[in-house]
Design a protein around this ligand. Structure first.
Ligand code: PLP
Length: 460
């Protein structure tokens, strides 16, 4: 039991095993969960959170190394965030999108101010999938073309077009819900589709492959290329030098809109407002969600270039959402900008990433044979776990249903048993703690990962 106090009502049920049982039973009876066979799951009841930690009703504590779904950048119950939402709720809790409102326009201005040259406006959505849907819709109207190129090893969300854009098994059972989508391979040197041996070769060959794809699909049929600037869930794939500028050049050459999906890596995850800023590239549309307000209230959006904004200057944009630019969400977005500045979040992410995480993960790779490769930046990293370093066979090969099998389940269980909530996907143990994490907690979590890797080694 913890001595945690101060949460309205929650503390009364904290350490209460009956509450743990009751919440679990009601969940199993009434809640339909995402991505799961309903009878096969047993979700952990969570009573409360504070900073980088959360607790179940029994009082078990977890250090969150996944920021929930890589959204909780400012941690649980940040006082500045809670206050901004409370203040806004006291003034104007909700207002429809067709009117103007101070926090909505203030947040749009702040986002445009940290975006690329030529960024003009922000279209607000409820999250990441719909941000991608609307970005694609804008690109299609802007170009008058229909096809969209998206990469394998990507996740873009679960609504119709977004799940079709997604280039991994979560798409499989959904079929093709948007017939305009075509997939291509992006760079991933460790498992190169292009038989490349250096980052330069990987870039050159990935770009040649993309250009051939464009030509074979018909350049004048392609509205947009969408890519995660740094691929998140599917392995923290950091683009090799020259790749993103090369994609930009192809977009310019063929009149294609370049969309960077920054839902996971935007808002400081790699120590920049937007990840593309680290790679010398200027997109036409940028989608964001998660970190914009740490998910305190659902919020996402699209940053729109002036050229695309002008397409809809006299022609109406055919789309909208009841909760576009919701005041509670926007107020917490504005607070996010203030807190990032006051707490020097971007600087500390870069510092901790380079000074603490990178060297420590390099040590773990040297110590544990099951670590095939370490990749990442700032506060998002991936350990690509293998059965054999020579063949690079993944610790969990995809099975027919695309499900994770026993070895990774054991690695994840070792983390959870030691009080660490990890971010794992297929054969990868990933790290994405809240950006406010202290150096001490970072070391604590890395020590638990070190011990969990002994389990991974036992399958090597
Ligand atoms: N794009 C990326 C890169 C993501 O990581 C996610 C979610 O994880 C999405 C889009 C979808 O966002 P949402 O779940 O808010 O719809």
């Amino acid at each position: 039991m913890s001595d945690f106090v101060g949460m309205n009502g929650a503390e009364e049920r904290f350490g209460d095993t009956a509450a743990q049982r009751e919440v679990r039973a009601n969940d199993r009876q009434y809640v339909f969960h995402s991505w799961s066979a309903q009878d096969a799951i047993d979700p952990l009841p969570i009573a409360k959170g504070e900073g980088v930690r959360f607790w179940d009703y029994d009082g078990n504590e977890f250090l969150d190394f996944s920021s929930q779904l890589v959204n909780l950048s400012l941690g649980h119950q940040h006082p500045g965030m809670v206050r901004a939402i409370q203040d806004q709720a006291g003034r104007l809790a909700t207002i429809q999108p067709a009117v103007a409102n101070d926090v909505r326009s203030e947040l749009a201005k702040r986002i445009v101010d940290v975006s690329f040259d030529g960024a003009r406006s922000v279209f607000f959505t409820n999250g990441g999938a719909d941000a991608n849907e609307y970005a694609i819709r804008m690109a299609r109207h802007h170009t008058g073309r229909n096809k969209v190129l998206a990469r394998y090893r990507s996740y873009h969300g679960s609504t119709a077009t977004a799940i079709t854009l997604t280039g991994e098994p979560r798409r499989w059972a959904n079929g093709t819900l948007d017939v305009g989508v075509v997939h291509f391979m992006g760079p991933y040197l460790y498992r190169s589709a292009f038989y490349a041996e250096t980052p330069e070769q990987e870039t050159e060959r990935a770009l040649a492959h993309l250009e051939q794809t464009i030509q074979l699909e018909g350049a004048n049929t392609i509205a947009a290329i969408i890519l995660e600037t740094v691929t998140g869930t599917n392995g923290v794939l950091v683009p090799p030098p020259g790749y993103l500028p090369g994609v930009r050049a192809l977009c310019d050459k063929y009149g294609i809109v370049m969309i960077c999906d920054e839902v996971m890596v935007g808002f400081g995850r790699i120590g920049e407002w937007f990840a593309y800023q680290a790679f010398d590239v200027k997109p036409d549309l940028v989608t964001f969600a998660k970190g914009v307000n740490s998910g305190y209230v659902p919020l996402g959006g699209v940053v729109v270039s002036d050229a695309i904004h002008q397409t809809f200057a006299t022609t109406p944009f055919p789309g909208g959402l009841t909760y576009s630019g919701h005041p509670l969400a926007c107020a917490s977005g504005v607070a996010t900008f203030d807190i990032y500045k006051d707490e020097g979040i971007l600087e500390r992410v870069r510092d901790l990433g380079e000074r603490v995480v990178a060297p420590r993960l390099a040590e773990l790779a040297a110590k544990h044979p099951s670590v095939g490769e370490v990749r990442g930046a700032g506060m998002i990293w991936s350990l690509d776990l293998v059965r054999d370093r020579a063949t690079r066979e993944p610790l969990v090969p995809y099975n027919a249903a695309g499900e994770a099998a026993a070895p990774m389940a054991a690695v994840v269980a070792a983390c959870k048993d030691a009080g660490l909530w990890p971010f794992a996907h297929f054969n990868r143990l990933q790290l994405a703690p809240p950006l406010i994490i202290s150096e001490e907690d970072l070391e604590r979590g890395l020590a638990i990962i070190d011990a969990a890797l002994d389990v991974a080694d036992s399958y090597y």
